[in-house]
Design a protein around this ligand. Structure first.
Ligand SMILES: *Cc1c(COP(=O)(O)O)cnc(C)c1O
Length: 453
């Protein structure tokens, strides 16, 4: 008998609760501040943008929050997702390490994003929302929310970062197929979009700008529209914990426990989704699993950014939060991992990193694609450019284990497939990809424009 490769759960194993790290946080969270007054935000301010159920989850200290039955019904389209042991990659690396990956690319839109999109659409629907606005970078979040909005019969307008709108037409078509309206950002539809275009007519856009447009569209709709965010916020990370809860059971089926858990980190949601249930075991059961967030060298929010109060968006309309940040007016280099180009990081992950409970690494674009191709050739799945960062570090861990003759158990989140990213693979194979380092002077410069609180 060969080694087991896939560890599968039944529909009945689908988690019934989200795990809320807020109940076990070993460090006090900083208050969320109003962008103009710099005073702690009130539920009234947030309720312009979000339904009350999500605002309550944002500040909840309850350990377990029940997953509504209509949300679980939709999860059943793709959950529980498989856990694989990468036996063929282990052989290719000739490593004594055991490498496992949780595969979220089996979701309808190809990433972990529907885990929160479906929940957010549901809570909006029961809260009486008729339409949603959002931003999207590479298009993963927009696709997921377009699918989720359709499930609950909500209208959706998406502000898509212009460079991605132009480079990734098929993500736009997917969103439109689900019935969403998609606009290249900066757009003429919002006051902020028009002001950016007046200053820089050929702006490639950024997530910070697109968030400002989507927030403005909701805030000026007289209650007709609410806004939905795909990462960073507590309630988003909460919804993603279905990933780690399933993975705990699946590692049990495999008869192993991870020494290290790895995830790529843009705003932090897929990393937290896998890692927080393992962090709970560290904090409450004395386990010692290392938790490693991986970011691009071109957007090194945790590894080089400051831990300080900053705006969530470029127009300074979104709340101010304490987080690792590269500055709210950060315009990233055009790396292909569009989902990792955000200027900030989830406040909870920032606080845990600052407190030494999680680790972070940054890796450049070329070695990331080298790892993605090596993984694809061994395992048959083309990773999205974002989780390719986690693949890079998983391979490095396996090679390090080999050098030290250790049988390390490695688990990483393969949070999306790269079937809409083939132009990036093509560029890599044609030798057209380059590495970008984030310029140190740019950080200093951006820090001079932080809010004074
Ligand atoms: C959105 C996205 C990311 C980055 O967002 P996180 O909140 O950090 O997970 C990473 N990978 C994929 C596939 C994505 O769609």
């Amino acid at each position: 008998m060969g080694t087991n490769v896939r560890f599968l759960l039944n529909e009945s194993d689908l988690p019934k609760y989200y795990y809320n790290i807020g109940a076990d946080m070993p460090v006090e969270p900083a208050p969320v501040l109003h962008p103009q007054t710099h005073e702690p935000v009130t539920p009234g301010f947030l309720s312009v943008l979000f339904p009350m159920a999500l605002i309550q989850q944002e500040v909840s200290r309850e350990r377990e929050i029940e997953i509504p039955e209509p949300v679980r019904e939709i999860y059943k389209l793709y959950r529980p997702t498989p856990l694989y042991r990468a036996v063929r990659l282990e052989k290719a690396l000739d490593t004594p390490a055991h490498i496992y990956y949780k595969y979220e690319g089996v979701s309808p839109t190809g990433s972990h994003k529907p885990n929160t999109a479906v929940a957010q659409a549901f809570y909006n629907k029961v809260g009486g929302t008729g339409a949603l606005t959002t931003e999207t970078g590479a298009g993963q979040w927009g696709s997921a929310l377009a699918f989720a909005a359709r499930c609950f019969d909500l209208d959706l307008e998406v502000y898509m970062v212009k460079i991605s709108y132009e480079q990734k037409p098929y993500r736009r078509v997917m969103m439109e197929t689900f019935g969403a309206e998609v606009f290249a950002s900066p757009s003429e539809r919002t006051q902020f979009g028009r002001s950016v275009l007046a200053d820089t007519p050929d702006s490639p856009g950024s997530l910070g700008i697109a968030i400002s447009e989507a927030v403005e569209a909701a805030a000026t709709s007289n209650g007709a529209k609410k806004y939905s965010l795909g990462s960073v916020l507590n309630h988003v990370l909460l919804h993603q914990t279905v990933i780690g809860q399933e993975a705990l059971k699946q590692m049990d089926l495999a008869g192993e426990y991870p020494d290290v858990v790895i995830g790529c980190a843009g705003g932090g949601s897929n990393f937290a989704g896998l890692a927080f249930p393992f962090l709970r075991e560290n904090l409450r059961d004395g386990r010692g699993t290392r938790l490693v967030a991986v970011e691009p060298a071109a957007a090194p929010t945790l590894t080089k950014g400051s831990y300080t109060f900053d705006y969530g968006d470029t127009a300074r309309m979104a709340p101010i939060v304490k987080m690792h940040t590269l500055g709210h007016d950060f315009v990233p280099a055009p790396i292909h991992a569009g989902g990792l180009r955000y200027h900030g990081m989830a406040p909870s992950i920032s606080a845990l990193y600052d407190g030494g409970y999680i680790e972070a690494l940054s890796v450049p674009q070329l070695p990331t694609f080298e790892a993605a191709v090596q993984f694809a050739r061994a395992e048959g799945i083309l990773p999205a450019p974002e989780p390719a960062h986690a693949v890079r570090v998983a391979i490095d861990e396996a090679l390090d284990a080999k050098a030290n003759g250790e049988q390390r158990v490695i688990l990483f989140n393969l949070c999306g497939h790269g079937h809409f990213d083939l132009s990036a693979y093509e560029a890599y194979m044609n030798g057209k990809l380059v590495d970008y380092e984030y310029p140190e002077e740019a950080i200093k410069d951006a820090m001079s424009r932080l809010p004074e609180v």
